[in-house]
Each structure stands twice: as structure tokens, then as C-alpha cells.
Ligand binder design. Structure first.
Ligand SMILES: Nc1ncnc2c1ncn2[C@@H]1O[C@H](COP(=O)(O)OP(=O)(O)OP(=O)(O)O)[C@@H](O)[C@H]1O
Length: 760
């Protein structure tokens, strides 16, 4: 006769089997629907069918993601006092009208995470079903009666302990079966406004942030699907570590980026020294960058020499500097970015050259036309006012001895950080992003000319032309149209006879030159009204894109989740704020772990940097990573007044050893660490480099202290705390972060005296 447990497991297995059977059916249906074509399903007269098909498609997509993760789909059951029972899982499954499995994010599943004996929500029993794929392995029942309330109010204690004991892999695993009450409240907080989630190390902030992303997608999929949620983490090591959590929840449409990956085309992983980070992170860098982008490019020629009407016209370095200053003033007054300023630059140079022409009888238009015809003027213009990319401008800093807006020492520190480097640091990324905005779009690549038949196609109304067009209207005389404009930008008026095509073309060439383009010759074309006209062949491709042809603006993010947000510098906040303009936010962090020299002292201060106001704050109190003994030791370095995290994790070993030979001691500690565990040696960035060659053992990671934030390992060997503290202004906070990475064992090795806080 099987015992009750075995019987219960068998009963649950039947339910799980039914769920998988139904899913198989849905999968087959989805494949068939895909084969049939979605249009046919959508055209069905029964609207319920369309909804069902959509559900089947969605389930199939989720299943693909879940299959890849091989996680059990069913993990919970709730029994209510009215006799009702449901099963809770990673996705919702119905058989006809009967719900077989409730999605963990559905309101009906909330009691699974919230019910306590004090507030049971009608639940009499919560059961965690421990599955390996489709096979039920074990059950953990929680009978809710008033006597059950323990000190920590842990829900599903057996399952939680089992989850905490599970061996650690290279990636973080989801916690969907064991989310705790306070975590659930944070996950399900309203999407709107800004939700700040704080808590000590290991309280599950990152987990909450990721489960919240999955929750928001569930509650408003139409709004958030397709990459409208952005999750930002501090480093690529960290984003890689957490990258499996959302797929294991069946969600793959969230953008997960590290701070070094927010600008297209750049993947930065290296951090600058605190001294450099302090300069690059400060918001005065915006002014520095503005000065930099208007300065004379290092490759620009410093003399312009042309011959006109037998006269040698020269602009020397001082004239050119003055001309550049005038272009800047003109552009700043009109909000023109440097990349859109070549037209203005041409006009200012022509003014300066004309001022040197001796001879009152000479004509200004003819002068512009003649000079404009000279290839040398255009070659000069391109070199003197080149198209600028953010990377090009930032690289000038390596060579710039005097940086407007910085004192000499800061300028030298900044320049030094670029010398001899070919890669960008994470701290450069906000500067590149700022420059992208400041410089404006690059002139567009040349577009294929419109086929002639398309030009003739016009029957009624006006069109936007793709290039300049010169045409002659019967009553108004010669008109010149510019790209993208349906109305003329210039009218010749009665001065040019309607038949004098050559004169009209000369006039138009002068106007076009003022717009920054040189005409080589003319061909036939059509104006915006479909009338025949002349189209110039330009020396350079047109930088102006027709309004209709602009690439669609990228969809903005609608929710931005920031992890380790305590560390964002003012420039990083500006970069995030640009992406979060239309977004609600979830801001996650721990001020005690702030290590950036410009980190904020409070959450309202951070939100002010982001241009947002706090809507709600949720503080997580219980730690799940660090055992209490290690948490208490780490808390010694905290500022007095900050309470250590109350840890739920049992066990843990702590050993603090003073040694003579650090390298030998590290080798010994690595040999003694259990083999089936994840092991990290954490040291200052400089020491980590040396240790990495020394500790060449597979599965043992040597991690620089600056990269360890957000990560965790079963065993941590921490090397020379005094050096970690001394390495940077917020060294104590860095030490606190390093001390709170261990899940089971922490070995602290030191040769020097320990930092005062740890001696206590
Ligand atoms: N409810 C839970 N059930 C099981 N494990 C949990 C739970 N909450 C957190 N954990 C585990 O605790 C560890 C720490 O979680 P997490 O990294 O999210 O904490 P954190 O607050 O972001 O830490 P830090 O501030 O150090 O970055 C992880 O291994 C996580 O899986």
C-alpha cells in the first residue's frame, strides 16, 4: 500500500500529464495554424476563434523558450476553503473553458505568493510541486493555520530551502516557485510612475526586477511586447549572468543591456579608474563636449588660398578661427548641429573671401558662382568642416592639451585615459551618447535617383522633390525648389527673361551654392507640380533626406528597469533619461553598495538626475544569498546606523587568515575549496591580473573587485581587504560588495593589517 506522499505525487503527476498533453495539442495546433496562414485564422467569422488562435500562437512561442530551458511548467497548487483548487505554473493553459494551469502572474495566482496564516486569502493549503521537466519529484505542503507563522514569515519553507541549496550554475535561475511575499509585492507594483526597490545584498532585488519585467509583459502584453521594456545592468558579466532568467519565464522580448552596450556599435566592458570616472561621469562634461565639437578638427587645413579676378585671396589661421566662431554663433542661434552646419560654414567662408576682393565693380553673385565652381573651395570646405562622428570627436581628447571647461590636471588625466588605447570604456559610452545628440545626424548617404517614370507619375497636387529643381512658371518666372520642399525656396523675379535658361541656371547655381552644394551641370526633371524643369547634377551627394523617406523613429521604451542604480553617474543618468523619456521606471539598488565616485547619497537625488519623481518605494528586508555569519561580518564595514541584512540562508563558514605569502595562501585556499561548487578569488583589479595567471584552475574565477557587483559564488576567497579599500575613494563600499558575494563559504586572506572596521 503506497504511503500518502506517494499517492499525492501520483495524483499530481496525473494533473501534470494532462497539462503536457494539452500543450502538445496546442503546439500541434499552432504548427497547423502557421501552415494554414495567419490570415485565414484572423478572417474567421467567430471572433472567439481568433482570440484562441492568438493564445495558441503565444503559448507556442512561450513553449519554445521554455523548452530550451527545460524547467518544469507546473509548480504549485492552491486549495481554498470553499473546496476550489487550482494549479499554478509558468504559463496559463486551458482545456476549453476549464483552466488547467494558471499563469503565475495572473491575479488568481497571487495568493500563492501572498497568503499567510495571518492573511490567508481563503487558502487552506499551498503546495509546491517540485518537478524535473514533466516528472513530479516531490511535494512541499504549507498548511495555513495561525500557528504556522514563523519569525521570518517564509512561504513554502521546504521548497525555499531546497531552492537555496540547489547547486549554482554559470547563470542565475528564476525563483518563480519560491517568490516571497515582500518580493511579490514589488513584482506586482503598478507599472506607472517610478518604483524604487531597495534592500541589502542578496535580498533578491535583481530577481524581483526580472520577474517584474515578465509580470509587466503579462499584464499589458500589447503595450510592452516587442522590446519596449529595457533592463539595464552594470556590466556585461552581470547581464550574461542574469540572461537566462527571462527566457526561463517564457519571455524573450525584453532588451537586456549593460551600461557599456547602450550605444549602437559600441560594446564597452572596461571601467576607467575612479579618478577618470569622476571626470567623465560629471555633468560638466556636456559643456566640455560642446566646446570640443565646435573646435577646429585636428586634421583641418589652417589656410585657404584662392585666386579670383587676378587677385590672390587668402584666409589664414586667425581668419579661419574667426570664421569658425561665426559659424558656431550662427548655428547656436538657430539650433543647428555641427553636422548640419556645412551650408552655414560655406556661407561664412564666402563672406570672408568676398571681403578680401578688391574692386567695387565686381558682382557678388558671380563671385560666389566662380568660387563655387572651384573644386579647391569644396575640397577645403570638406576638410575644414568634416562630417563628425561621436567616436571621432571623443578621440580628439587624447591630443587636446587644453580642454575648455577642465583644469590642466583634469585635462591631462582625461587625455591620459585615451592614450595608447584602442577600445572605449564603459565611462565613455555616456559621452558618445551625448555627442550623438549634440552632433546631429550625419549627412545621409546618397540615395538612388527616382526613376523618371515616377517623376512623370504626378497627376494632381504637389510632391516633395528629392533634389533641387529649377522651373519656369508662366506668371512668376524662374523658381527654384529645394529637396523636401513643395514651395520654391527662391524666385528670380522679372530680372531674368523667361527664355534665358543659361542665366537662370547661373542664378540658381549661386543660390544652391549658398545652400552648400556645387552644381556641375544640368539635366531634365520635374518640379513639385509635375511641370518640366531642370535638375542640377551636384558635385556632392545631397545630405538632405526627403521627409517621407526618413527612417521611422525607433519605438521608444515604455518601461525601463535599472539594476544597481545607486552607481549611476550624472552622465550615465542623462544617457538613461534619453531612453526613458516616455517610460515608467523600476529603479533597483542599495546605497550601501555605491562605489562610483559620483554616486548619489539618496534615491530622490538619483531620480532628480533622471528627471523623474518617485511614486513608491519598496524595501526588501530578508537576504537569501549570504549566510548570517558572513552577512554580520560584512556589515562591520557599513556606516553605523545601517542595519545588516537579516539572512534566511542557513549555514555558511567564515575564515579570516593572516598569511605571509598571499599567492601561496590563495593557491592553498583554492585547493581546499569544494570541487562541485562555484569558486571566485576576488582581489583589487591590479592584483586580479597577476592572480589570474597564478590560479589557472578550471572552474575557479579570478574576478577583479570592480566587476563583482551583482554576482555570487558558493565560495569566495577574498584577497587583501586593505588594498581593496585603498584602491578608490569608496573602497569600503567596494569591500562590502566583495564580502557579500559568498553563498556558502568566505575565506579572507590578508598579509597587511585588516581595515580598521574589520578589526572590530
Ligand atoms: N524567493 C527566493 N527564492 C529562492 N532564491 C532566492 C529568492 N530570492 C532571492 N533568491 C536568491 O538569492 C540570491 C540573491 O538574489 P539577487 O541577486 O536577486 O539579490 P540582490 O538583492 O540583487 O543582490 P545584490 O544587491 O548583491 O546585487 C540569488 O541566488 C537568488 O536566486
Amino acid at each position: 500500500m503506497p504511503d500518502v506522499r506517494t499517492q499525492e505525487i501520483a495524483a499530481e503527476q496525473q494533473v501534470v500529464d494532462r497539462v503536457y498533453e494539452r500543450l502538445e495539442g496546442m503546439r500541434a495546433q499552432a504548427t497547423a495554424l502557421a501552415g494554414e496562414g495567419h490570415r485565414r485564422a484572423a478572417a474567421s467569422s467567430i471572433s472567439g476563434l481568433v482570440e484562441r488562435d492568438a493564445m495558441v500562437h503565444r503559448a507556442a512561442a512561450q513553449l519554445r523558450a521554455l523548452d530550451a530551458e527545460a524547467e518544469g511548467l507546473v509548480f504549485g497548487r492552491l486549495d481554498f476553503d470553499d473546496g476550489e483548487t487550482y494549479h499554478v505554473g509558468r504559463l496559463g493553459v486551458r482545456d476549453g473553458l476549464e483552466p488547467l494551469l494558471i499563469d503565475w502572474r495572473a491575479p488568481a495566482a497571487e495568493p500563492f505568493y501572498r497568503a499567510t496564516s495571518g492573511e490567508p486569502f481563503g487558502v487552506v493549503r499551498r503546495r509546491v510541486i517540485i518537478c524535473r521537466g514533466p516528472k513530479v519529484m516531490d511535494l512541499d505542503d504549507d498548511v495555513l493555520s495561525p500557528d504556522d507563522v514563523g519569525d521570518l514569515r517564509v512561504l513554502g519553507e521546504g521548497a525555499l530551502l531546497a531552492a537555496l541549496r540547489r547547486s549554482r550554475g554559470p547563470h542565475m535561475r528564476d525563483i518563480v516557485t519560491t517568490i516571497q511575499r515582500e518580493q511579490d509585492a514589488a513584482i506586482r507594483a503598478p507599472a506607472r510612475g517610478v518604483t524604487v526597490i531597495t534592500g541589502g545584498p542578496g535580498t533578491g532585488k535583481t530577481q524581483v526586477a526580472l520577474h517584474r519585467a515578465a509580470y509587466l509583459l503579462y499584464t499589458d502584453r500589447a503595450r510592452f511586447t516587442g522590446g519596449r521594456i529595457l533592463v539595464v545592468g552594470p556590466s556585461t558579466v552581470f547581464t550574461n549572468y542574469i540572461s537566462r532568467v527571462l527566457p526561463s519565464l517564457g519571455e524573450d522580448s525584453v532588451h537586456l543591456r549593460s551600461l557599456g552596450e547602450l550605444v549602437d556599435g559600441v560594446t564597452a566592458t572596461r571601467r576607467d579608474s575612479p579618478q577618470v570616472a569622476q571626470i567623465k561621469g560629471s555633468d560638466r562634461m556636456r559643456d566640455v563636449l560642446i566646446e570640443l565639437m565646435w573646435q577646429t578638427p585636428p586634421t583641418a587645413p589652417d589656410r585657404l588660398r584662392l585666386v579670383y579676378a587676378g587677385q590672390v585671396l587668402t584666409l589664414g589661421a586667425r581668419d579661419l578661427a574667426e570664421a569658425r566662431r561665426r559659424v558656431r554663433t550662427r548655428c547656436e542661434a538657430t539650433g543647428t548641429t555641427p553636422n548640419a552646419a556645412r551650408t552655414a560654414a560655406a556661407a561664412v567662408l564666402l563672406d570672408a573671401l568676398w571681403a578680401r576682393v578688391d574692386g567695387p565693380h565686381l558682382d557678388r553673385y558671380l563671385f560666389s558662382e566662380d568660387i563655387g565652381d572651384r573644386g579647391e573651395f569644396h575640397r577645403f570646405l570638406q576638410a575644414w568642416w568634416p562630417a563628425l562622428t561621436p567616436t571621432k570627436v571623443l578621440s580628439w581628447l587624447a591630443e587636446t592639451a587644453r580642454v575648455v571647461g577642465l583644469d590642466a590636471r583634469a585635462a591631462e588625466t582625461l587625455a591620459g585615459s585615451y592614450r595608447g588605447r584602442s577600445d572605449w570604456s564603459v565611462d565613455d559610452v555616456p559621452l558618445l551618447d551625448e555627442l550623438t545628440e549634440l552632433l546631429g545626424d550625419l549627412p545621409a548617404a546618397p540615395r538612388a535617383p527616382e526613376p523618371e517614370w515616377q517623376l512623370r507619375e504626378l497627376t494632381t497636387g504637389t510632391r516633395h522633390v528629392a533634389t533641387f529643381v529649377l522651373s519656369c512658371a508662366l506668371r512668376d518666372g524662374w523658381e527654384l525648389y529645394a529637396p523636401g520642399h513643395p514651395t520654391p525656396i527662391a524666385l528670380a523675379g522679372p530680372t531674368i527673361d523667361n527664355d534665358a535658361v543659361a542665366a537662370a541656371q547661373r542664378w540658381a547655381e549661386a543660390v544652391i551654392l549658398r545652400e552648400g552644394h556645387r552644381v556641375l551641370s544640368w539635366t531634365d526633371g520635374f518640379d513639385p507640380h509635375g511641370e518640366e524643369g531642370y535638375v542640377p547634377v551636384l558635385a556632392e551627394p545631397l545630405p538632405v533626406a526627403e521627409a517621407d523617406d526618413d527612417p521611422p523613429a525607433e519605438d521608444p521604451y515604455l518601461h525601463v528597469i535599472l539594476d544597481e542604480a545607486q552607481d549611476l553617474s550624472p552622465m550615465e543618468c542623462r544617457m538613461i533619461a534619453r531612453r526613458a523619456e516616455y517610460a515608467s521606471m523600476t529603479v533597483v539598488g542599495d546605497l550601501a553598495q555605491a562605489t562610483h565616485p559620483l554616486a548619489v547619497g539618496s534615491w530622490p537625488q538619483l531620480l532628480a538626475r533622471l528627471g523623474k519623481r518617485e511614486s513608491r518605494t519598496i524595501k526588501l528586508q530578508t537576504g537569501y544569498r549570504v549566510p548570517q555569519a558572513i552577512a554580520d561580518y560584512a556589515a562591520l564595514v557599513l556606516t553605523p546606523g545601517i542595519a545588516p541584512t537579516r539572512s534566511y540562508r542557513p549555514g555558511g563558514t567564515l575564515s579570516v587568515r593572516q598569511v605571509d605569502d598571499l599567492h601561496a595562501a590563495v593557491g592553498e585556499a583554492v585547493r581546499q575549496a569544494p570541487r562541485d561548487a562555484t569558486i571566485a578569488v576576488i582581489a583589487t583589479d591590479a592584483a586580479a591580473e597577476a592572480l589570474a595567471t597564478l590560479v589557472d584552475v578550471p572552474d575557479v574565477a579570478v574576478v577583479p573587485a570592480s566587476l563583482v557587483k551583482g554576482l555570487e559564488y558558493d565560495h569566495v576567497i577574498l584577497v587583501e581587504p586593505a588594498d581593496i579599500v585603498a584602491a578608490e575613494p569608496r573602497g569600503l563600499n567596494r569591500l562590502y560588495v566583495a564580502l557579500t558575494r559568498a553563498v556558502a563559504g568566505l575565506v579572507v586572506l590578508h598579509r597587511q593589517t585588516l581595515p580598521a572596521a574589520l578589526r572590530g
